[in-house]
Structure formats: C-alpha cells, structure tokens
Design a binder for this molecule. Sequence first.
Ligand code: 5SP
Length: 237
Amino acid sequence: MSTFGPQIEVAIARIRTEIAHLHAELTANNLVVWTGGNVSGRVPGADLFVIKPSGVDYADLAPENMILCDLDGTVIPETPGAERAPSSDTAAHAYVYRNMPEVGGVVHTHSTYATAWAARAEAIPCVITAMADEFGGDIPIGPFAIIGDDSIGRGIVETLTGHRSRAVLMQNHGPFTIGSTARDAVKAAVMVEDVARTVQFARSGGALVPIPQEAIDSLYMRYQNVYGQTPQGELQK
Ligand SMILES: O=C(CO)[C@@H](O)[C@H](O)COP(=O)(O)O
C-alpha cells in the first residue's frame, strides 16, 4: 500500500469522495449515456489526480474504485482501484494538469447539444448573457484529436490557454471543461450544454444577435467578481 504522508492521504481520500460523487451530477443533468464521460480532480499539494475507471457503470462508481494517477497519467500501483484500467481520457486529463497549474478539475461528456456544435466544428457565438457571464465570450472549437494519448490534452491546452472560456468543443468529439476545482469544471459542463441548446434553438427561429464586446466584458466581470456569495469561476492565473 502506497503512502504519501498523512496530509496528502487525507487530501487523496477527500478527492476520491468528491470525484465519485460528482459523476452523479453528469447523469443527473443528462450529460452522459451509459458509461460515457469522465470527471477528474487534482490532489492539492501533490503531483497527483483522481479519475474514474474506464467503462464502469455510473451506479458502481465509489471513492474506493476511483483511480489515483501521477501527472504523467500513470496509475499509482497498490492504491485502491489500481487493479482496473483508468478512463480512456486519462492521458488527456494528465496533460491538462501538467500544463495548466491553475486547473483543479477536468470534465468530459458527450452532451447532446454541445456535441452537435462540435460535430459541425462550429464555435458557439456569445449571444446570451448567460454565456457572457459564465464563459466570457464564444465557446471555441478545438482540433480533431485521437482518443487515448495526449492529443486531446494538447488540443484543450492550445485552445483554452489565454481564453476566458472554461469549455472547449473538441471537433467531432464533444465538450471538455476545466475549473479551479472538479465541481467548478462540472458546473461548466452543465452550463455549456445549457447554452448550446438555447443558442441552437434560437438559431432555428431566426438570425442570432451578437452582444457587443463591451457588454460581454462588463457581464463577465460582474458575474465572476460580484455574483453570488464569494468570488467564483474565473481561474486564478
Ligand atoms: O470519449 C470517449 C470515447 O469516445 C470516452 O471519454 C468515453 O466517453 C468514456 O470513456 P471512459 O472514461 O469510460 O474510458
């Protein structure tokens, strides 16, 4: 049994519980079918993250079968869950954690509307205030990338570095979201599907009306700094 010292072991246990429970948000919000999609979370204070096992039913996900990995995406042997293969997107998540130190959580789904925009390789234009609030502008398209190595991770990092959006629509694949925590990344996954659906619906009824850049900037700053109870959302760089 691996040991990282008492403080890190406590952090690992907390992230295992958080990541197992956050997967329930993907099903509750209808963002995934069957075993598709995944959530991961960085372990604070260590070069480690926790991710789900590949192809396991959501109902069976539990803290003890979440998988602990280093930032190269290698499973830490002799830890709970290590006997199973980790998510097929582990290398992608690992690449994001290595290259975006401000990121504490990564989420991937094939949610219907966001994936439909990805299938058209079309960025979602910022035409509703909820998008300006949450994403600070358009939601960009990332490159087509093969599943299984770090190609997807490279596409996510290239697209989102220096971008306000915490969501990228990987071409022909679907949304990947990042956050300061795993919960924050799950929130972005819920929000990207919501705005993808609304903007799709709006366009079916007529021409979309863009929001002026000055108004987008103002909405984003208000939501990120004033909305709610504490500052939230924007990644601290
Ligand atoms: O996008 C893909 C494969 O197309 C994967 O992300 C699956 O949606 C979930 O795979 P596991 O996390 O269960 O390996």
